[in-house]
Write a protein that binds this ligand. Structure first.
Ligand SMILES: *Cc1c(COP(=O)(O)O)cnc(C)c1O
Length: 388
């Protein structure tokens, strides 16, 4: 897979925090739950003094992510939304921010509600509409948010091209990289200033932590964000950092299997009678395929499709699946299925959903790493039943 500043990403991920314990030689980085740290003496602080501000376990995880994303500073937050909220701290009331109309539902809700309270000016665009983007950039925004691939329709943006246009008007670019993880895409190497994740998804990968991370390209921006993270108190816990670091070690190998399975699922769905349309960047006919090939190290393991027969067919499909779990979220080792309109994107009004292309018959899948024959058999059964 991809390469980081220090070498191969698979090796970097596995080696994160290994052999760092000076006291006992613990091979795996130990977990420090202590909320506070003694001073060496009067006015003589150690590296850490209080765990909201800094914690050794969290610092190890932050450093590992920053390395994989090829950034300078990593900041671990309590949730993915806390990571988005942290980035909002860079904005003043006179600043304009541009977000994609089909960004993660929680991000959409946060930006629209903060804008309503006058915290900044907001422009919502279809990031694939060049004219709309140009019009937005004419307002000289302070920050442009990108999400590629987008949720749930897997639309892509050319991060390098859009970032150049944003930098030309003095805007910072922040990319939500949750859907791919640093194993498959490294936005900072494409020019972005900030990359962020919900580590709840692929990075932790086992659906047992809610967390986030922000990585800044420059030391200066990273310090500013770290200052705010401590100030507003949204840093992640030591225990969650420990678990996420443990998950990170297998990220590249998990992604390989996720992708292998996703390709098989996509091929199976593509020719199925119960499917009207499929959205998967791995197909040459997908509108973003050429961009994916250029800026990603693979096509990821998320896909969505329109089932024939509206919401009744969706219901029947869900009722007849055994292996797939009906749940929000994504990126865990287990296969999940969801209905964006009533689940992940329920925070958007129906007209906003339709504007973003989210119909009642749209179904999203996070392809897990179970045996592929079991995954396909379950889908085959469910889809047949959905049309009866
Ligand atoms: C889940 C998710 C978030 C929010 O993360 P939480 O950990 O749930 O707070 C943000 N962006 C994307 C793309 C996500 O999938």
């Amino acid at each position: 897979m991809s390469i980081t500043k220090k070498g191969n990403i698979t090796t970097s991920a596995v080696r994160a925090g290994i052999n760092t314990d000076q006291q006992h030689g613990a091979v795996v980085a130990p977990i420090y739950l202590s909320s506070t740290y003694s001073l060496k003496g009067f006015n003589n602080k150690r590296q850490f003094d209080y765990s909201r501000t800094g914690n050794p376990t969290r610092a190890t995880f932050a450093g590992a992510i920053a390395e994989l994303e090829q950034g300078s500073v990593g900041i671990v937050t309590s949730t993915g939304m806390a990571a988005v909220h942290l980035i909002c701290q860079l904005l003043s009331t006179q600043d304009t921010v541009v977000i994609p109309h089909d960004c993660y539902g929680g991000s959409f809700r946060l930006f629209t509600h903060l804008a309503k309270r006058g915290q900044f000016k907001l422009i919502v665009v279809d990031q694939n509409d060049q004219q709309a983007l140009d019009n937005a950039l004419a307002h000289k925004p302070k920050l442009v948010l990108l999400e590629s691939p987008s949720n749930p329709l897997l639309r892509l943006v050319d991060i390098e091209v859009v970032t150049k246009a944003c930098h030309a008007v003095g805007a910072l670019v922040a990319v939500d990289n949750t859907f791919l993880s640093p194993a498959l895409q490294q936005p900072l190497t494409l020019g972005a200033d900030i990359v962020f994740h919900s580590t709840t998804k692929y990075i932790n990968g086992h659906s047992d932590v809610v967390g986030g991370v922000v990585v800044a390209k420059t030391e200066e921006l990273g310090e500013q964000l770290a200052w705010w993270a401590n100030c507003i108190g949204i840093t992640g816990s030591a225990f969650d950092s420990f678990l996420a670091l443990r998950g990170l070690k297998t990220l590249p190998v998990r992604m390989k299997q996720h992708q292998e399975n996703a390709l098989r699922v996509a091929d199976f769905l593509k020719n199925h009678d119960a499917i009207d349309a499929i959205y998967f960047p791995g197909f040459p006919e997908h509108t973003g395929h050429h961009i994916a090939k250029k800026q990603q190290y693979g096509f990821g393991a998320m896909l969505s499709f329109e089932i024939k027969g509206d919401v009744e067919a969706v219901k029947k499909l869900f009722e007849n699946l055994e292996l797939f779990t009906l749940a929000q979220s994504l990126g865990g080792v287990e296969s999940l299925i969801s209905h964006p309109s009533t689940m992940t994107h329920a925070g958007m009004t129906i007209p906003d959903q339709l504007e973003a292309g989210i119909t009642q018959s749209l179904v999203r899948i996070s392809v897990g790493i179970e045996d592929i024959d079991d995954i396909l058999a379950d889908l085959a059964h469910g889809l047949t039943q959905s049309q009866l």
